[in-house]
Design a protein around this ligand. Structure first.
Ligand code: THU
Length: 159
């Protein structure tokens, strides 16, 4: 028997320590929370992704009375970007969230389904999507979604 240990590295920044580009991306995610349609959960999530050409595309969660019909902020942003500029790889994705008491103190982390969709983007363009997970206490930077989805499943696993 052999034990395999997996390690992930998270860089923890104060917002002010981020590069100007990353501050712009996190700010865009924060602003996007105001576009959320979250009348059921009252949890307002904003996502902002950077494309290879520098463009920023935002998304916000959209809820529905028939619960599964809604969509998370991250996938809203990714699918919008992919629908408009399918030739552009995604280089970074910032996520921010607030509830009725304000922005979350701890960095928001993406749900499992969104992680799988980000993984598909890494696979499609063969480059990592850097994650910026926003919280008022700090911002986590993670170099690839693979760190949040170990032993992940992509097309290659079917061969
Ligand atoms: N949500 C997101 O948009 N992104 C996440 O990473 C976590 C959850 C949304 C889905 C739903 O509208 C609300 O937050 C509560 O789960």
């Amino acid at each position: 028997m052999k034990e395999i240990e997996l390690l992930i590295r998270i860089k923890q920044y104060a917002f002010e320590e981020l590069s100007a580009d990353d501050r712009e991306l996190v700010d865009s995610a924060r602003r996007a929370t105001h576009n959320a349609y979250a009348r059921y959960s009252h949890f307002y999530v904003g996502a902002a992704l950077r494309l290879q050409n520098g463009d920023i595309v935002i998304g916000a969660n959209q809820e529905n009375a028939a619960f599964p019909s809604g969509l998370c902020a991250e996938r809203s942003a990714i699918f919008a970007a992919q629908s408009q500029q399918p030739q552009q790889a995604i280089t970074a994705l910032a996520i921010s969230a607030r509830n009725d008491r304000g922005f979350l103190q701890r960095p928001i982390t993406p749900c499992g389904a969104c992680r799988q969709v980000v993984l598909e983007m890494e696979d499609r363009y063969q480059r990592p999507v850097r994650l910026l997970l926003d919280g008022t206490s700090s911002v986590y930077e993670i170099k690839s979604i693979k760190d949040l989805l170990p032993l992940s499943f992509v097309d290659e696993n079917m061969r």
